[in-house]
Structures are given as C-alpha cells and as structure tokens.
Write a new protein. Structure first.
Length: 95
C-alpha cells in the first residue's frame, strides 16, 4: 500500500511538472497544438513510455483526456485522466 501511495505522489508531481511544460502560454489549459508541439520532448516521451502508450496515440489520448470536449485540457482533466490510464481499462478508453 505504501509503495503505491509513493508512486502516486511521484506520478502526480511528475504530471504537474509536465502540464506546466505543455501549457506554453500559461493559461491553465493545453490545446492539441501545444501537445503536438512537444511530441519530441524527452519529458513527454518518458511520460508516454511510463503509461505504456505509444506516442502515435497522442491525439487519441488528447481526446480521451478532454472529457468536456472543449478542445482544451485543464489541469484537473489532465491529472485525473492520466492517473486513470494506469488501470487495465486504458486500452478500451483509447479506442
């Protein structure tokens, strides 16, 4: 239990850091264009590897995280969506 909590804290801190990198204009949201501009960023590549998703699935991931279909992802959508991806349902979610 303790190991999972430590991993969750690490993941949340990592996701907050990554969100800050992706949010180029610091408006509190990420657009597809902002995400797309960072597809070669080592931090983003590491993130995709950590959640076991191929970088080619980035657009599908973006749409899955954009729960309200606004065309942007806010910090809450990003964090909760990325944490949800660690579960066994991720393959179904991405389709």
């Amino acid at each position: 239990q303790r190991g999972r909590e430590d991993k969750d804290v690490y993941m949340i801190n990592h996701l907050k850091d990554l969100f800050g990198v992706l949010d180029e204009n610091s408006n509190g949201t990420i657009t597809w264009f902002e995400l797309q501009a960072h597809l070669n960023n080592p931090k983003l590549k590491t993130f995709f590897r950590d959640i076991d998703i191929d970088i080619s699935e980035a657009k599908g991931l973006f749409h899955m995280l954009d729960r309200d279909e606004s065309g942007t992802i806010d910090a809450d959508e990003f964090l909760s969506g990325c944490l949800r991806l660690r579960g066994p349902a991720k393959a179904l979610d991405l389709q």
